[in-house]
Design a protein around this ligand. Structure first.
Ligand code: 4G0
Length: 245
């Protein structure tokens, strides 16, 4: 899988993804990141990459010519790519969007700086606008890193089967169950007995019940979108009953 990233801070993105499972995937040639810097297309003495907004007001926008030249360069290198702009105005990123992106052989991410980019560049050069959520970053780079990390771990071979994406939170549309490791007790808090029991069926049921219960407590809108099996409904009813005083 080939990723292009349009950014004024190429080392920020390349360095962030050089660690952990994605870094290893890059070394193994499973994923490949190419950065494109609009500044390489600046023609003036000051290498200008920003410009003033029509209508006035505070803040700058990315300069159109340098940005578009950089997107064009990325498209030449990655002719099959979907071009995605990361902004708070985008479609919310979900694991199902991540799965769709993981099917693509090439993706180009555009990282905005300043107050973003000219709307016509979105119309002309961008295929999808994606948001990580309702908050503002000082640049699109941390969002691009998050998107590529999420997509990269779904690329076949990137995760060992020990950390298989199949068992992750959201792979089945629910929040993850709580996890515990040594020691058996921390400041009076014990590991739930069932996890020490060795009964794999009971453990699987307990985990499913916790996943359902936490989703109900913390993200009830996720459950409303799902049809629960009879077994899941019983586990959730049990969780709700036990959570009442
Ligand atoms: C466009 C994405 C891009 C406009 C990018 C900032 C948050 C996200 C950027 C702005 C980003 C997200 C209007 C400041 C770059 N911040 N939620 N910052 N404005 O995905």
């Amino acid at each position: 899988m080939k990723w292009g990233v349009i950014t004024l801070f190429p080392t920020m993105v390349a360095d962030a993804l050089a660690h952990g499972v994605i870094g290893r995937a890059m070394q193994r040639g499973l994923v490949n990141i190419i950065t494109f810097n609009p500044r390489a297309h600046a023609t003036d003495l000051h290498q200008t990459v920003d410009d003033r907004p029509y209508g006035g007001g505070p803040g700058m926008l990315m300069k159109v010519e340098t940005l578009r030249a950089s997107i064009a360069e990325a498209r030449q290198t990655l002719p099959e790519a979907l071009v995605i702009y990361l902004s708070p105005q985008g479609e919310p990123l979900t694991q199902s969007v991540v799965k769709e992106l993981a099917e693509r052989p090439e993706v180009i991410l555009v990282c905005g700086r300043y107050e973003g980019i000219d709307e016509r560049v979105i119309e002309l050069d961008v295929d999808y606008e994606i948001s990580l959520g309702d908050f503002v970053l000082s640049g699109g780079e941390p969002a691009a890193i998050a998107v590529l990390d999420a997509v990269g771990r779904l690329v076949p071979g990137v995760l060992g089967h020990a950390s298989s994406a199949v068992e992750d939170s959201f792979s089945d549309g629910l929040l993850d169950c709580p996890h515990y490791t040594r020691p058996e007790e921390i400041a009076g808090l014990k590991v739930p007995d069932v996890l020490l029991s060795g009964h794999h069926g009971d453990i699987a049921r307990w985990r499913r019940k916790q996943a359902l219960g936490r989703t109900w407590l913390r993200r009830s809108e996720i459950l409303e979108k799902q049809e629960l099996s009879d077994e899941d409904q019983l586990l959730l009813d049990e969780f709700i009953r036990e959570s009442k005083p």
